[in-house]
Design a protein around this ligand. Structure first.
Ligand code: PRT
Ligand code: ZN
Length: 294
């Protein structure tokens, strides 16, 4: 058995660039071969299998790959469609490629809510997730599976409504469709199985998962610095999103002002900076954090 951990990754598509970027930020060195299906990581015992996203859950479930990175929608669809026990589940949420699986009907059509779905036909590329939703909500409707161009189904008369992925909503709008329900929220996830790994592989996986978590956390986390009036310190501390007690440093030759520094683990919005300034904070700097480990 190979002692190199295998990670199945989308070769090309919406997940590919961010998956490669996560691996690189986690310290893995590799080159993507032009036509090849395998990229060897040069500084860790890891191989990357470059495949279509739809194959990733079954690769992990069938031990063709140890772990994989895939959209939660594709993992859930594979799990719902499996005819035998399916050993692939979420090991870590990765926070990118967020989208929703929505039900949508024609803007001027008759289907405006899930209450109108009874005895209608719904077109989708996700029959497993959709049929699960229909069963849970006790709705009797037919589903027709389409591999692509699902949004055309209502206008060409194949179905009265659709169930498709939405991110900005522009595709629905361009096709005269309007979403009336969200049945699934998705993001990229790290998929693993319950199969035991060798001690070396498990150690490598644990190390990678810790690094991935650090990369995800540091993407949101910022270091914030400012000079602030001593009198407003309590209010200013309250405004800092997701931070513990800030570091407060006296400023030479100034009795009223102090330097305040803090790690903010939640997004620092412009509005927060405006509120800090309104409290008298000056020279406010928000700096990215490259790596962190807690
Ligand atoms: O070739 P391969 O099989 O590997 O890739 P693919 O073509 O099947 O998938 P790909 O690369 O298009 O998408 C991979 C994953 O990205 C999906 O499984 C989702 O987890 C995630 N993702 C995030 C999306 C979207 N956003 C998305 N907007 N996948 C598809 N879309 C499509 C959607 O189907 C619709 O056609 O984009 C259109 C809607 O986008 P908006 O922005 O107009 O709403
Ligand atoms: Zn695909």
């Amino acid at each position: 058995m190979s002692e190199r951990l295998t990670i199945a990754i989308q070769k090309k598509g919406r997940l590919a660039d961010e998956s490669f970027s996560l691996l690189r930020k986690s310290g893995l060195h590799f080159t993507i071969p032009r036509g090849g299906l395998l990229a060897r990581v040069t500084n860790m015992p890891v191989d990357l299998l470059l495949v279509r996203d739809d194959d990733i859950p079954s690769f992990v479930a069938s031990s063709a790959s140890d772990i994989g990175i895939v959209g939660e929608n594709v993992l859930a669809e594979a799990a719902h469609s499996a005819t035998s026990p399916f050993d692939a589940s979420i090991a870590l949420r990765l926070g990118f490629s967020r989208c929703k699986l929505c039900l949508a009907g024609l803007e001027n059509g008759e289907i405006k809510s899930i209450n109108n779905l009874e005895n209608t036909t719904i077109a989708t590329s996700y029959p497993g997730i959709l049929n699960h939703f229909l069963r849970e909500n006790k709705i009797t409707a037919s589903t027709v599976e389409m591999k692509g161009a699902v949004e055309l189904a209502p206008s060409i008369g194949i179905a009265q409504s659709i169930c498709d992925l939405v991110s900005s909503g522009a595709t629905l709008e361009a096709n005269g469709l309007s979403a009336f329900a969200t049945i699934f929220h998705s993001e990229a996830v790290l998929v693993g199985s319950s199969r035991p790994l060798s001690a070396d592989k498990q150690a490598c996986l644990d190390r990678l998962v810790r690094r991935f978590a650090g990369v995800i956390q540091s993407a949101e986390t910022k270091y914030i610095m400012m000079n602030a009036p001593k009198a407003q310190l309590a209010e200013i501390t309250r405004l800092l999103p997701g931070s513990d007690a800030p570091t407060v440093i006296p400023l030479a030759g100034n009795e009223d002002l102090v330097a305040v520094q803090a790690v903010c683990t939640e997004t620092v919005f412009w509005e927060t900076l405006e509120d800090l300034k309104a409290l008298g904070a000056r020279a406010i700097l928000v700096l990215p954090i490259e790596k962190m480990m807690s």
